[in-house]
Design a protein around this ligand. Structure first.
Ligand SMILES: Nc1ncnc2c1ncn2[C@@H]1O[C@H](COP(=O)(O)OP(=O)(O)O)[C@@H](O)[C@H]1O
Ligand SMILES: [Mg+2]
Length: 351
């Protein structure tokens, strides 16, 4: 039998709607977060009354719906009115005031960002936004290297709601006093879902993603239980997707308990991949790789040391290997004049 003989025929994938298994997917309803969404909307509504909005600081552990609840409210806002400008930035990708400024310009439709420094960009942003009002969301705010952009917005934009999202409550406590005293945000904690809530959210997701009957109750219960134990919906969605892929690989028409068990065995890698779980020094190394993709490992180590990295070369190498194993980065051996070396590159997708 050839390698491709037993593949499912065209259109026979077990998954009905692959997009519904993306973490970024925004379902029509976000159950168990009604109260939180109302509070977010209330802070924004002031802008419609021609007043300054309230700022918010949203915190809670990973996978508890912080991002999706906020994005859902933004989507409703977008559908309701175009009076208010909407800016959403993930600070894991945009981690300096300059990068944030350029991204804001893109999102509010200002194209001539070349040759402008951060201060000039914020003058432009203020001029444009001050014609109306804006909501700025900074997700994973703890990833930023500096907070000048917050200060700029707070000082120069008159009518705005700033929403900051993070897994770490302590981030606010450590925030520069100058910024904090101007921000005075309302704080909302997103508490973990209980097992029943987790299960019902996953059940909804299941019906978006799969035709009925593909995942039997017993298999689904194992997934719901696992995600419920840690109170992290993202883990549940990962397991739904992974078990479907595993079942598809053996051309099954249904996802069985054994597929789910195999998927669970992949959880460790997934947890490490979930960027928040990366240990600090490894994150630091990863950031350097992102900035200097395609560099030789020895040169990277020099950069790492210059930026204040403290690990020895062996440890550094091990951390690079770990990042590579977990598919954060790609390493390729190369032979040149100076002997063998390893080229380190970032992967295109960020987790
Ligand atoms: N109440 C909910 N209803 C529907 N989907 C949810 C809900 N809470 C979380 N999710 C889903 O779980 C995943 C993780 O949620 P997310 O908002 O990204 O978590 P966080 O930002 O808190 O880490 C996302 O794919 C999201 O769509
Ligand atoms: Mg999030």
């Amino acid at each position: 039998m050839g390698h491709f003989d037993n593949i499912l025929g065209h259109g026979e994938s077990l998954i009905k709607n692959e997009a519904a298994l993306d973490f970024e997917f925004i379902p029509k309803l976000i159950p168990h977060r009604e109260k939180e969404q109302q509070e977010i909307a209330a802070a924004i509504k002031l802008l419609f009354m021609n007043r300054n909005g309230r700022n918010m600081f949203i915190y809670g552990s990973p996978g508890v719906g912080k991002t999706v609840a906020v994005r859902h409210v933004l989507r409703e806002l977008e559908d309701t009115s175009d009076e208010i400008k909407i800016v959403y930035i993930n600070c894991w990708q945009k981690n300096t005031s300059y990068k944030v400024a350029v991204d804001i310009c893109n999102q509010i439709g200002f194209k001539f960002v070349q040759n402008k420094n951060t201060t000039e960009l914020f003058q432009v942003i203020a001029r444009i936004v001050n014609e109306s009002a804006a909501v700025f969301v900074f997700d994973e705010i703890d990833k930023v290297e500096d907070t000048d952009f917050l200060y700029n917005i707070l000082e120069q934009v008159y009518k705005k709601t700033l929403i900051l999202i993070t897994n770490y409550h302590s981030w606010l406590i450590d925030l520069d006093e100058r910024v904090r005293s101007r921000l005075t945000p309302e704080q909302i904690e997103f508490k973990k879902y209980n097992a029943i809530e987790t299960k019902s959210i996953l059940k909804d997701r299941l019906s978006y993603a799969f035709p009925s009957g593909v995942l039997d109750d017993e298999a689904f219960d194992i997934i719901a239980k696992k995600a419920g134990e840690i109170g992290d919906v993202r883990t549940g969605i990962f397991l739904l997707k992974e078990s479907a892929y595993i079942a598809e690989e053996s051309s099954k028409r249904k996802i069985g308990v054994e597929d789910v068990i195999k998927a669970i065995s992949k959880l460790d890698t997934f947890t490490i991949k979930n960027s928040d779980a990366l240990e600090e020094d490894t994150k630091f190394i990863y950031e350097i790789i992102k900035e200097h993709s395609g560099t030789k490992i020895g040169d990277l180590y020099e950069l790492y040391q210059k930026k204040g990295g403290k690990s020895g070369y062996k440890t550094f190498q091990r951390k690079i290997e770990k990042l590579s194993e977990n598919k954060f980065i790609k390493t390729t051996k190369s032979t040149g004049k100076g002997g063998n070396t390893t080229i380190v590159e970032k992967k295109l997708t960020d987790f």
